[in-house]
Design a protein around this ligand. Sequence first.
Ligand SMILES: Nc1nc2c(ncn2[C@@H]2O[C@H](COP(=O)(O)OP(=O)(O)O)[C@@H](O)[C@H]2O)c(=O)[nH]1
Ligand SMILES: [Mg+2]
Length: 344
Amino acid sequence: MRVKTFTAETTAAAMDMMRDTLGGDAVIVSSFQGDDGQAVLIAATEPSEPANEDLDPPVSETGPKVGEDGHDFSAFLRQALVSHGVPASSAARLAELGDHPAPVTAVAALTQALERQLGFAPLEPFTSDMPPLVMIGPPGAGKTITAAKICARAHMAKQHVLPVTTDVKRAGGVEQLAAFTRIMGLDLRTAPDPDAVLALAREYRDQPDRLVIDTAGTNPYDDHDMAYLARIIDAADGEAVLVLPAGGDAVESADMACIYAQAGATRLMVTRLDIARRFGAVIAAADAARLPLAEVSISHRVGEGLAPITAGVLARLIMPQPDEPHPLSTPADTTSGEPDEDQS
Ligand SMILES: Nc1nc2c(ncn2[C@@H]2O[C@H](COP(=O)(O)OP(=O)(O)O)[C@@H](O)[C@H]2O)c(=O)[nH]1
Ligand SMILES: [Mg+2]
């Protein structure tokens, strides 16, 4: 297999260059946006004649190889992952994992690697006899919107859900969630401290309602904040879901995820995938903290809900396929009457 990298203003222009140079049999191995904003397309072709010397040199030091048992995509995977900000060591490990047994396409190789390295644990099915969900994370991560989305989904499915907030000190903290629960006709309970959380958890232990507890933003580097948060999780005797936005610095996100995992987080919910184009932070956080990915949020609107995330979806986000629809296509707008969030 011979490979060539094409760089152009747009993916379409890069595809034209690919077809002109390699002909119609070329296979797109990877397509992503380069650091300079240019569209980068890596294509491969099986030469019917001895290798043409004017093809690009290999894309890495060792270069892509054709193994005994098929294609070796490890260099492609590493390059694509690093371009998304995945730390080099993690990218190298994933690239190795993707390579054996030999997959047919680069996306299949990355899917295989992500399946092996990361966990995927959707919040569905949501049943009322499950432990309370406690949404935790730094300020502005999307905890409140995500809590509202989970409650809305459960309510629409006629499941019993009780929204709770511990975010009582910040001005507007309660009101933000109340604006959504009011529309749904759900009561919102407040729990100002761990004792109140404990009392609510006990009160509802034998009730059909599952508690969804929104918490105030915490600073993972503040020991007092984290100790207090751990007390809330403990009092709820629930499952803590770390909420982090996509698109942040990968190493910072990984550091934070490890601290929240120590405080009790058992899953990772990623928000703002609609306004991110680099997904290294998602992989780095889940990988470093060994937190399975629950679901993802792709809209600020509560009615647009949450989307499932799988290894295949994540692989396509990392290596978008020009001929395929976006792996997280935006759901229809079902938000009539919903209070809109200020996006400024
Ligand atoms: N575009 C977009 N905005 C989001 C998403 N999730 C949350 N937001 C916005 O991010 C901001 C912070 O969300 P919020 O739930 O208040 O964060 P919290 O401080 O963690 O509770 C709000 O303006 C939300 O509307 C998402 O998936 N996509
Ligand atoms: Mg909040």
